[in-house]
Design a protein around this ligand. Structure first.
Ligand SMILES: N[C@@H](CCC(=O)N[C@@H](CS)C(=O)NCC(=O)O)C(=O)O
Length: 233
């Protein structure tokens, strides 16, 4: 075999290997709850791995990843069967909660921290500390204040007008939480508003700008392919 043919064969094999590794589809993989399955997933270093379940905060992370067109591998845990409480998953998130993200050797949990990590990693966060802190403010607000305000039945009646009136006011002046461009703050705010509406049948009619905001965001292809799909399946 000539040197050239050998070289071509090696190049072709390497390319095929890359296609197999990088071209991993963004399909949910059913978790086989055993250590060797987790070890196999962990040894595939090519893509981001997102662990979660359909009616959890995980689709919010997927929404953002798809907005940024970042390939990832979604590993769907059976929450009802408590796959997220098994030793194999507790090695990834010792709190036994989803979502969790694995990026090479780096593991991260807490949905807000994951979103901010992705925004940083894919250069979606401004350099200056003040605009950065505004993004943090909204992500933390969504997780620590908006989510319990909407999700906890004993808080909802009192908290809804307190939280939604200023949100409606902000959205009467601009299309997105931080101005005229979608940021990770919208993923969190719109995500929780949509979840609460779907899960508890909440009525936002007193907040028309918020309704309009949700209508527009929920029609985005990345939203439909993730939160929309997982909530309506
Ligand atoms: N603050 C955490 C909350 C994590 C959390 O409570 N996740 C839920 C699903 S959205 C969960 O894992 N529930 C199952 C359980 O607690 O057993 C985050 O934002 O990631």
């Amino acid at each position: 075999m000539s040197k050239l043919v050998k070289k071509l064969l090696v190049t072709f094999s390497v390319m095929m290997l890359l296609v197999v590794l990088v071209g991993t589809p963004i399909n949910a993989q059913k978790v086989k709850n055993n250590d060797s399955y987790f070890e196999k997933i962990a040894s595939e270093k090519t893509t981001l791995k997102l662990y979660g379940g359909p009616k959890t905060r995980t689709p919010m992370i997927e929404w953002y990843l798809q907005e940024l067109q970042i390939p990832y591998q979604y590993i769907s845990l059976d929450i009802v069967a408590k796959e997220h409480k098994q030793p194999a998953y507790l090695k990834i998130n010792p709190m036994g909660k989803v979502p969790a993200l694995v990026d090479g050797d780096f593991t991260l949990w807490e949905s807000g921290a994951i979103l901010i990590y992705l925004a940083n990693k894919y250069q979606q966060i401004p350099d200056q500390i003040q605009p950065q802190s505004l993004i943090n403010q909204w992500v933390i607000f969504a997780n620590a204040t908006l989510s319990p305000g909407l999700f906890l039945p004993d808080r909802r009646e009192q908290e809804m007008p307190i939280l939604l009136t200023p949100l409606n006011d902000i959205l009467s002046k601009q299309s997105f939480i931080l101005g005229y461009q979608l940021t990770v703050a919208d993923i969190e705010i719109a995500g929780y508003l949509y979840y609460a509406q779907k899960l508890f049948n909440l009525d936002y009619q007193n907040y028309p700008h918020l309704v309009n905001y949700l209508n527009i965001l929920s029609k985005r292809p990345a939203f439909q392919a993730t939160i929309g799909k997982r909530f309506n399946s």
